[in-house]
Every structure is written in structure tokens, then in C-alpha cells.
Design a binder for this molecule. Structure first.
Ligand SMILES: [Zn+2]
Ligand SMILES: [Zn+2]
Length: 295
């Protein structure tokens, strides 16, 4: 994913454009905006305040990133910094199916803390569309040529944790990243836990709905409104699915006022051949066999 690496060099500064409350029921995109629901419980996202926080001041906001990600919150956005190395074992790269090394990155993902519904869904871009709670970027279903990277004749090769490095050495996922949930286990009878954030700020969950089965009411963005373990009063959220599009192919929310693919940043990825930029990151389960180049 060449484009993905390029996008990771951007820092999105724009603030959300739509002040409407994000907790409105989003399952019905054609419906007019609903009034804000009752006051949230303490573990929910902070609500828009009539008195904005002063510039530079941190606001109370609970995030779900893991310990390998350094998070700061200011001005309605959270900044999540990490080095791009996953918190789990990986396959050995390069290998015969993927010529890329896993290289350290310098990520600073920027994500709105109060996601705002957009007037209509927008397509996710190539490259990072969100970030997992271990700081690793999540891509949509597309490979470098825009085809289904996960299943079918153009599927690419992933390690047993469902990730692989791109030509810049950026390890990433295109599907449910099952190894990041090691701090907790999905109860097969319960709704999944948060596994990441899309760049519109809406959370991304695993594959299970509240009964433990795959959700049946996902919208065109692969999301729905409902209670989750972290937001028992209900929240709009995306799901990973075992079927297309696996993560999300469209954003339900506002990514930025510029309308671009948000998040990411920090220093540009390393230049030069991977063998000179750093040692390969090895260890862990072997990659699955199959066609593809691992972009
Ligand atoms: Zn759900
Ligand atoms: Zn890829």
C-alpha cells in the first residue's frame, strides 16, 4: 500500500465540522437529527459543552488504547503515538509471499474524541482508515490495486495475527486483528470489545453482536447503534466482520473539515531499502500460505 504510507505522513488539524451530538441513533441515516439522549454515565464520551475547553487544555476522555500507545487529549482530539511495532508476535517478514520488512514507524494518530455524524457516508481512502488499540493502522479491504485483499483471487498473505507489512515496512491489518485482544477475551455469548478507532472517531469492535453472533443490522458503513460493553447506554460503532468489507469501507462520521483521510503523522516513513533502515522484526507464527505481495 504505497498510498497508505504517504497518508501516514499527514497530520490532520481540522476540527469536526458538525456540532450535532454523536450519540444520536445513527442506524437511520435518512432520519432528521434527534435530540440528545439523557446524560451519559461516567464511562461514556464527554458531551459537547457550552463552554469550550481552553486551547491546549486536556478534557476528560477515556480512551481504550493499550499501554504501548502514548495518548494525549486536547482540543477535541486524541493524539496516539506509537512506534508501529505490534504488541503481539508476527510472522517472519520478508518471506516468499511478501518482500517487506516490519520496520519501526513514528506514528502520531489524530482522532476526534467526539465523533460527529456526517451528512452522508464517505468512502474510506487507501491506506490507514483507523487505528487498532495497539497503535497499528487498519486499512480497508483494498489491496494496492483496489481489489479485495482479504478473500478471493487477489487475496494477500497475512500472518496468523491477520497483519502484514507494506513496502514502507508499516505493519497493518485489513481485517479483524485477533491478536490484539490478548488483554481480554471475547465472550462468545457477548458483544465484542473495542479493537480500534476509525479516523472519524467512532469505535471499531470485533465480530460479535450482543448475543455473541455476528450483527445482522449493519449499515453500509459496517456500523450500527447499540449497547456495547464499554458504552452500555448505546453508541454508534463499527464492527469487524468475517465477510466483506471486513472492517469499514465507508465512514459514517466526519473525518475532517477537509474531507480527507485523517489520522497518522509524525515523521515520514524511513527512506531507502528496508535492509538498511532497520533490522527485520521476526518471530512468531509463520505466515499463512497464499498468493499476493503483502501490500
Ligand atoms: Zn455492535
Ligand atoms: Zn495490506
Amino acid at each position: 500500500m504505497l498510498l497508505g504510507a504517504a497518508m501516514a505522513g499527514q497530520v490532520v488539524m481540522a476540527q469536526v465540522a458538525n456540532p450535532k451530538d454523536s450519540r444520536q441513533k445513527l442506524r437511520q441515516p435518512a432520519a432528521p437529527a434527534q435530540p440528545a439522549p439523557p446524560a451519559p454515565k461516567k464511562d461514556e464520551r464527554p458531551q459537547p459543552s457550552a463552554k469550550p475547553a481552553p486551547a491546549g487544555a486536556a478534557v476528560e476522555f477515556k480512551h481504550y488504547f493499550l499501554e504501548n500507545v502514548k495518548v494525549s487529549v486536547a482540543n477535541g482530539r486524541m493524539s496516539a503515538e506509537c512506534n508501529g511495532l505490534p504488541n503481539h508476535e508476527t510472522g517472519t517478514f520478508p518471506n516468499r509471499d511478501n518482500p517487506n520488512y516490519i520496520l519501526q514507524q513514528n506514528y502520531r494518530w489524530s482522532i476526534p474524541t467526539q465523533p460527529q455524524r456526517a451528512s452522508k457516508p464517505s468512502a474510506t481512502p487507501m491506506g490507514p482508515i483507523g487505528v487498532a488499540i495497539n497503535g497499528i493502522p487498519i486499512f480497508n479491504y483494498k489491496n494496492a490495486s483496489g481489489r479485495d485483499a482479504v478473500k478471493g483471487p487477489f487475496a494477500e498473505v497475512f500472518d496468523s495475527c491477520c497483519g502484514h507489512p507494506d513496502p514502507r515496512g508499516a505493519y497493518h491489518y485489513h481485517q479483524f486483528p485477533k491478536c490484539i485482544k490478548s488483554p481480554f477475551k471475547d465472550d462468545p455469548t457477548q458483544h465484542s470489545h473495542i479493537i480500534g478507532y476509525a479516523f472519524d472517531g467512532f469505535t471499531i469492535y470485533g465480530i460479535r453482536d450482543k448475543d455473541g453472533k455476528p450483527p445482522t443490522d449493519l449499515d453500509e458503513c459496517n456500523g450500527h447503534f447499540g449497547p456495547t460493553p464499554e458504552f452500555p447506554n448505546g453508541v454508534y460503532h463499527y464492527h469487524c466482520t468475517e465477510t466483506f468489507p471486513y472492517t469499514l469501507s465507508q465512514y459514517r462520521g466526519v473525518v475532517s473539515a477537509m474531507g480527507g483521510g485523517g489520522g497518522g503523522g509524525g515523521s515520514p516513513p524511513q527512506k531507502g531499502p528496508p535492509s538498511k533502515a532497520g533490522p527485520p522484526f521476526k518471530g512468531g507464527p509463520p505466515p499463512k500460505k497464499g498468493p499476493g505481495k503483502g501490500f
